[in-house]
Design a binder for this molecule. Structure first.
Ligand code: BG6
Length: 471
């Protein structure tokens, strides 16, 4: 049932794993200003000026799990899993510390040379996200992604890394979860919501500029190496209607449309008509030239990458409905689903539905580049952790993925997220652990930083070895 060449992987991203936040000539990114949740991370996420002017006690990204120095040990460990790929990101601010520098930073490029060479030693191919919440902070003074000049800066950065790594990276993802720019515009688009007179317009302008830059990057990437596969990415999860009341169904339908709105452009080459009406209805005056529309039409994605954690639940009547947590934003609590401590609900069938829907909609191969289950947990006296709950989560989700494949969905590969414990993007906690490998660090960065395999490590190793046969 599984394709012979199906890819199994591990995943992380630069800001949540590398640390070394000022090493090797790296510039700052917004992530470097965010404290942990206990010091008001969400406040900072929605108020960049505050984040820039506040001195917090602890910044989780500054050292993260020190992947910047410990990557040889980490890659060696991941290689034991027998995986085909490691999804990670290049931190743009390592390559162009201010975003618009005349020349790239050689030390930053050399770091990724070393990292990718280490992967190659074990036959692991890097799958690289070009922008995973790490637009150089200096660009905020130029209006962030709202400014069309940022399109050129991003394209220059992409061209630089495409040329440098053209023989070692095949799969590229332009923007991590592009729909994030609409949900959390600071993180996704370097837009301070407090400073915008018309935040809706600012968000869509930033998104549009990202779409254009991603299409241009796709064009240039293919010119540099025609074998490149350059994909877009959605933070996915079907929106269910709370009841069969048509008003709820319509509300859920619109939530899906909102989720798809940007990937529609990346995969189909144009804004869907419902979006054009949305812009008109909300008097959004998008600055988009005919030339840009032409670029969007011509240079569409080669595949659709996705993260999946859970589905969402939507109602037309929000009164008295219990809420719960979730990726990008919270959602209504689904009485049929269990959830983890952060309220993220567990829904493998929703995964099958989401995969089917995305494939039907875009008719492009899908690439599952994030899936996982966070738990607050600690190992026993032998540094071992029996994380059967995590195994159960993965088993049910991989099974759902296989069901989707037997439904006809074309899937390139699958990876668990945060395969080695990393800093959480939303909470800044180390204790929000997704890993198959435990990292001995707490929420203040205290600990040895040593790595220990959890029970799920050996379980996943067998899944990879048997190409999904032995779950
Ligand atoms: C995705 C992001 O939205 O969710 C990751 O791409 C993030 O960066 C992941 O880590 C899980 O979210 P969190 O907040 O639990 O780390």
């Amino acid at each position: 049932m599984m394709k012979k060449n199906f890819l199994w992987g591990a995943a992380m991203c630069a800001t949540q794993s590398e640390g070394g936040y000022l090493e090797g000539g790296k510039g700052l990114t917004l992530a470097d200003l965010f404290p942990s949740i206990s010091e008001g991370r969400w406040d900072a996420i929605f108020n960049i000026e505050k984040a820039m002017n506040t001195k917090y006690q602890y910044y989780p990204s500054h050292n993260a799990i020190d992947f910047y120095h410990r990557y040889p040990e980490d890659i060696k460990l991941l290689a034991e899993l027998g995986i085909n790929f490691l999804r990670t990101s290049i931190n743009w601010a390592r390559i162009f510390p201010n975003g618009d520098d005349a020349e790239p930073n050689e030390e930053g490029l050399a770091f990724y040379d070393r990292l990718f060479a280490e992967c190659a030693k074990y036959g692991i191919s890097p799958v690289v996200t070009l922008n995973h919440f790490d637009t150089p902070l200096a660009l905020i003074h130029k209006g962030g992604w709202k400014n069309k000049k940022v399109i050129d800066y991003f394209v220059t950065y992409c061209e630089t890394v495409f040329r440098r790594y053209k023989d070692v990276v095949k799969y590229w993802i332009t923007f991590n979860e592009i729909n994030m720019v609409l949900g959390i515009p600071a993180v996704g688009g370097l837009i301070d919501p407090n400073k915008e007179e018309n935040i809706l317009e600012a968000k869509f302008q930033a998104a549009h500029n990202q779409l254009v830059s991603g299409a241009l990057a796709t064009k240039i990437g293919h010119e540099i190496n025609p074998d490149f596969e350059i994909g877009c990415m959605i933070g996915a999860g079907k929106n269910y209607a709370y009841t069969c009341n048509p008003e709820d169904v319509w509300e859920a339908y619109q939530a899906d449309q909102n989720e798809f709105s940007l990937v529609d452009v990346q995969a189909k080459g144009k804004y869907s008509d419902y979006m054009l009406s949305y812009f008109r209805r909300n008097e959004i005056d998008l600055k988009a030239t005919d030339e840009e529309m032409d670029i969007l039409r011509k240079y569409t994605s080669d595949f659709v990458a996705l993260s999946y954690y859970s589905t969402r639940l939507v109602s037309s009547d929000k009164k008295d409905k219990e809420k719960t947590g979730g990726n990008i934003s919270g959602t209504l609590k689904n009485p049929y689903l269990e959830a983890n401590e952060w309220g993220w609900q567990i829904d493998p069938t929703g995964f099958r539905i989401t995969l089917n829907e995305l494939y039907d909609r875009y008719d492009q191969p899908l690439f599952i580049v994030e899936n996982g289950f966070a738990v607050r947990e600690s190992p026993d006296e032998n540094n071992y952790l029996e994380d059967d709950y995590r195994i159960a989560y993965f088993r049910s989700h991989i099974k759902a993925m296989q069901d989707a494949m037997s439904d006809g969905v074309d899937i390139i590969g699958y990876t668990t997220w945060g395969t080695i414990d990393i800093v959480s993007a939303s909470s800044g906690e180390m204790s929000k652990r997704y890993g198959l490998v435990y990292v001995d660090l707490d929420d203040k960065g205290q600990g040895t930083g040593d790595r220990f395999k959890k029970k799920s490590f050996d379980w996943y190793k067998e899944v990879v070895r048997s190409n999904g046969e032995n779950l």
